[in-house]
Design a protein around this ligand. Structure first.
Ligand SMILES: [Zn+2]
Length: 271
């Protein structure tokens, strides 16, 4: 077990679930030293939960989850059973790809605050990767726990119907209204220059959207399968299955903006 001290208030341990979607594994963050908040206890791994208890003792104050995908929240149930600490988060609007064991003792909403003597955390609702995605701002350090809203080293998958590209980009832009110094992602290392990171992600998404628009206007109408290779001509073939979700999310955004229509599996350009 490797504990990384990131700042006076924040420690990190990473679950042993590395992979295509999870990078080196899911980060679990421990905030504070007397009254500890655990953010994202990770997958249902007994070993990881025991490691958390070994570090924190049994007096964990609360367990927060950024969202209820299976690499972030199933550990919450195990850690709650082990320590009785209340689980806090939001429920997703759609059941697909969600952790069915997730149960919140307190449902959080945008703007909620969790105040302890040592620190305070502010809840920021950031839908996009998931409808119930939350970031948590550690006000004393201008550090924000970004879950899968922002990951280090790769772009996150936006999978409809729970994932929504328009909300995702709006929620990224909203982060620029917060005074931030550091991003603490759900996967990967701390990231500096938060506003440049946000700008890069938004511009990368808009570059991809431009490719979607170019491909549809060129073909005048096209299906998802016809669009995927033209839009994602710069990634490994085996990643196309995953990219298809984000492609659909881009198209849904263009439909919401009334620039594209969908009829009988064919996407049409409206302009
Ligand atoms: Zn994740």
């Amino acid at each position: 077990m490797k504990i990384t001290e990131l700042s006076p208030l924040v420690r990190r341990i990473t679950a042993d679930n590395g992979g295509v979607f999870t990078g080196a594994g899911t980060n679990t963050y421990l905030i504070g030293h007397q009254e500890i908040t655990v953010i994202d206890p990770g997958p249902a791994s007994k070993e990881h939960i025991e490691n958390i208890v070994k570090i924190c003792g049994e007096d964990i104050k609360q367990i927060l989850v950024t969202h209820t995908h299976n690499d972030h929240s199933p550990g919450a149930k195990l850690l709650h059973q082990r320590t009785a600490a209340p689980v806090m988060g939001m429920y997703a609007l759609h059941k697909e790809m969600q952790d069915p064991t997730f149960k919140a003792n307190r449902i959080l909403k945008h703007g909620d605050e969790i105040n302890e003597a040592e620190y305070s955390l502010k809840v920021i609702h950031t839908p996009g990767h998931a409808s119930n995605h939350l970031c948590f701002l550690l006000e004393e350090e201008n550090l924000i726990f970004t879950g899968d809203h922002i990951m280090e080293g790769s772009t996150v998958v936006i999978a409809p119907p729970d994932g929504n590209m328009k909300q995702y980009i709006d929620a990224l832009e909203d982060l620029k209204n917060i005074d931030l110094k550091l991003l603490a992602p759900g996967h990967g290392n701390l990231m500096e220059n938060p506003y440049s990171v946000v700008d890069w992600i938004v511009s990368h998404r808009m570059y991809r959207e431009k490719k979607v628009i170019d491909a549809i206007t060129e073909a005048s109408k096209a299906t998802l399968d016809e669009l995927i290779k033209a839009v994602y001509d710069d990634i490994d073939e085996h990643l196309l299955v995953i990219a298809k979700y984000s492609l659909e999310a881009h198209l849904n955004k263009l439909i919401e903006e009334e620039r594209v229509t969908l009829e009988d599996k064919n996407y049409f350009w409206k302009g």
